[in-house]
Design a binder for this molecule. Structure first.
Ligand SMILES: Nc1ncnc2c1ncn2[C@@H]1O[C@H](COP(=O)(O)OP(=O)(O)OP(=O)(O)O)[C@@H](O)[C@H]1O
Length: 620
């Protein structure tokens, strides 16, 4: 089973290594990003140093602290102003170039990220088509969807913005600390005393906010699930007068969601004032300590006298810790959830398809349609057999009706023919060839399937039918629809064959959907046909159309029908009565009735009334 929601990666390094695999083709963009971000961060640290030099060299000259120029303390005001102008120009350039490089760094990171993501998405999409039905039976569609959409979205955000912001933030903190220590070690250490408090406050509040946000997400999930259930089950809710209960339940989850949101908001809004207050404490420390040294002209702990320029620089430096620390704290979680998201995607990519073509698998040549089950056993879960020694032969062109109580294993039998699942024991042979020895594509191409609720795509009727054989012409599609008796109702649709169906074919009745599915199978013109007759009743007219369509479709093909209609069973060449994963009786309808066994019981309980009704109708 795929692991569901976790925000912490289990094998971060291994996952990062796999990301690297996708990034490798774009290594040059990553190198450019690193160079650009390092240079732009250095420039950001250089800018305050230049402002300090403006003070120490020209405004209030302090020769020991001035390295930018040779200072004549008593130089003309005009000369100092001119030099100051140049310095300001350089400073502006440093700012502009720094910002430009930062922009470029984000661009190149995004560029590489988008290409890598496209490759990841492509691999994921390929993989979902490779995975077998068993995987989809074990995992919910929603879970798989969220892996492909929301997990890649999280990764996209991180690759585009968060990762680089965190790297830039770390670099900024490190470079700033180095610059401060280089200027004056004791002064730097005193000024930095507030930074651990800032880091602690940030981590504490972000952790609390994160917990609260997680709670809101869970609450939101419940709110959505409640909403979805109420909409999907609205008929039951109204039929059983459960509106009040449903509203009350929604009110409770909604209120819990509100509380969780308020809690999250209180933590996030508390963080900024606390950090700002700590920032002012840091500035006060810098100013007081610096001013004491400057005013008294006293070296700080035996180092040097703190110049006014150094005080100005330090004020700017300590103010600059807030932003990167906050950024690292908040985006760190994003980074973690992106790695966790990546882990989940890679887990999906690593899921081995259960049904795989053997290396030596060959193409199945055009078949005649002889199907044989030899002592077939099958199980969905290890140790829990669902089929136990199923053995039968269908001659080309025969119609085999499979009947039996619910859960007997009828669908499992037909699932074995197109090799949706593998046998655990025994063999399924088509024209004498084991289905495991040929490629799935060549096997499935020759098998048509019409299920009770065949899937229709949100596309035109024409395209939905053409899904059976993509290269079919419009005329062939229409001919198939005619054969399936679907032509009549399709012509009456607003845009005929060009009518776009709703999601899953909504807008059509179940009977009409089945007629389209029959047309689709007819177009494919397979040698073997698998039908799962609808159990739900459709109106008599449509019922008759479907019956006619089935009769047309079955002609000349080996057909397996999970039969729910007496007429189908009566016309079948072979009826298999299945119970508890075994064929308990076999023969024609008449032969089985004569046996007075399990089939006879089934007939008496299910079909006799149908037959009486038919005879009654015939008499009238
Ligand atoms: N994907 C699956 N995973 C695990 N067990 C399954 C799976 N599909 C079916 N089963 C189990 O296998 C048994 C046979 O199921 P199957 O669908 O073949 O029966 P059926 O005769 O077609 O029933 P029905 O007439 O209700 O469709 C049942 O007990 C069912 O619970």
């Amino acid at each position: 089973m795929l692991n569901t929601e976790t925000s912490k990666p289990k094998h971060a390094l291994a996952t990062l290594a796999r990301f690297w695999y996708y990034f490798k083709p774009y290594w040059f963009a990553l190198v450019a990003t690193v160079v650009l971000i390092v240079v732009s961060t250095v420039l950001q640290v250089v800018a305050p140093l230049l402002i300090g030099q403006a003070v120490d060299c020209y405004l209030l000259p302090h020769p020991e602290a001035c390295w930018y120029a040779t200072v004549q303390p008593n130089a003309e005001i005009a000369a100092r102003t001119g030099a100051l102008g140049w310095l300001t120009l350089i400073l502006t350039l440093v700012f502009v170039i720094g910002s430009f490089m930062q922009g470029l760094a984000f661009y190149s990171m995004n560029w590489a990220g988008q290409y890598a993501l496209r490759a990841i998405r492509k691999d994921t999409f390929d993989q979902i088509h490779r995975l077998s039905l068993g995987f989809y039976a074990r995992n919910e569609a929603g879970n798989i969807m969220s892996r492909i959409t929301s997990d890649t979205d999280t990764i996209q955000q991180v690759l585009g913005f968060a990762l680089l912001s965190v790297v830039a933030g770390i670099l900024q903190v490190v470079f700033t600390i180095i610059a401060m220590l280089a200027a004056n070690v004791p002064y730097a250490l005193i000024s930095l005393t507030v930074v651990p408090a800032m880091a602690w406050a940030t981590i504490y509040f972000s952790n609390q906010a994160r917990k609260a946000f997680r709670a809101t997400r869970q609450q939101m999930g419940s709110v959505n699930a409640g909403l979805q259930e109420s909409i999907a089950g609205v008929r039951e809710v109204q039929a059983f007068n459960r509106e009040q209960e449903s509203i009350e339940q929604f009110r409770r989850t909604n209120a819990a969601n509100r509380d969780a949101n308020v809690r999250a908001a209180s933590y996030t809004s508390a963080l900024n004032p606390v950090l700002e207050a700590l920032g002012y404490v840091a500035i006060a420390l810098v100013v007081v300590v610096g001013a004491m040294s400057a005013l008294r002209n006293q070296p700080l702990f035996g180092t040097s006298v703190i110049s006014l320029g150094t005080i100005v620089i330090f004020i700017q430096f300590v103010q600059r810790f807030n932003q990167p620390i906050q950024q690292i704290a908040t985006l760190w979680t994003n980074l973690q959830s992106a790695v966790a998201g990546g882990e989940r995607i890679f887990e999906l990519l690593d899921e081995p398809p259960e049904i795989k073509d053997r290396p030596a698998a060959r193409e199945l040549p055009t078949i005649r349609g002889h199907v044989a089950f030899e002592q077939v056993c099958a199980e969905y879960l290890p140790g829990q057999p669902v089929l136990r020694g199923v053995d039968f032969v269908a001659q080309p062109g025969q119609v085999v009706a499979i009947v039996g109580p619910t859960g007997a294993g009828k669908s499992t039998i037909i699932n074995m023919i197109p090799r949706f699942y593998d046998v655990s024991h025994g063999r399924v042979l088509i024209d004498g060839v084991d289905v495991r020895e040929v490629t799935s594509a060549s096997l499935r191409r020759q098998i048509g399937i019409v299920l009770q609720d065949s899937f229709l795509f949100a596309d035109t009727v024409l395209h939905n039918i053409r899904y059976g054989r993509l290269e079919a012409t419009d005329d062939e599609v229409i001919a198939a629809a005619k054969l399936a008796s679907a032509d009549g109702f399709i012509e009456r649709l607003p845009q005929g064959y060009q009518t776009v169906l709703g999601e899953r074919g909504s807008g059509l009745s179940q009977g009409q959907r089945q007629l389209i599915a029959i047309a689709r199978a007819a177009l494919a013109n397979p040698r073997i046909l698998i039908l799962d007759e609808a159990t739900s009743s459709v109106d008599t007219r449509t019922e008759r159309l479907i019956q006619k369509a089935f009769d047309q479709l079955l002609q000349g093909r080996t057909s397996f029908v999970i039969a729910h209609r007496l007429s189908t069973i009566r016309n079948a060449d072979l009826v298999l009565m299945v119970r508890d994963g075994q064929i308990v009786e076999r023969g024609t309808h008449t032969e089985l009735l004569a046996q007075r066994g399990a089939y006879y019981e089934l007939y008496m309980s299910q079909f006799r009334r149908e037959e009486e009704a038919e005879q009654h109708a015939a008499k009238e």
